[in-house]
Design a protein around this ligand. Sequence first.
Ligand SMILES: [Mg+2]
Length: 174
Amino acid sequence: MTNPPSTSRPAAFLDRDGVLNVDHNYVHRPEDLEWVPGARRAVARLNEQGFLVIVVTNQSGVGRGYYTEADVDRFHARLQADLAEDGAHIDAFYICPFHRDATVERYRHPDHPDRKPNPGMILRAAADWNVDLAGSFMVGDKNSDIEAARAAGVPGWLFEGGDLDAFIAARLPL
Ligand SMILES: [Mg+2]
């Protein structure tokens, strides 16, 4: 994006696998999408409460050649289609296909700034979307998510299963 929105809004930065969809390892086929309990309600709640909903997801499976960025886009389109049934939406997806052990050379990088625990995706999204970081937070299921949040200066909440909507609702307002 070249023109960030003029109004600054807080964002909910959400990890994808293990937060929105059940993490079956390298999930990429739309038919393999299994929503985490409460995840669709959580996104709807965040939309209603004025948060930008921004997914930040490491996808080393792209770098490893297991699937392509186009596959990731198709999976994300399925997420959006399901959410649309609830009148909900994700504002943006940021993916990191880079990995030090990538077999696809253009994705090989020893420590890409976007790959969590690095905060690159969060910081880029914050600039692209004029995010008010002071009111923002990150939800992830791994310590690398929490470390990325900390490095970006936003609270990181470790989701270890259960109902995502209940988890987030219990922590709002900040
Ligand atoms: Mg995860």
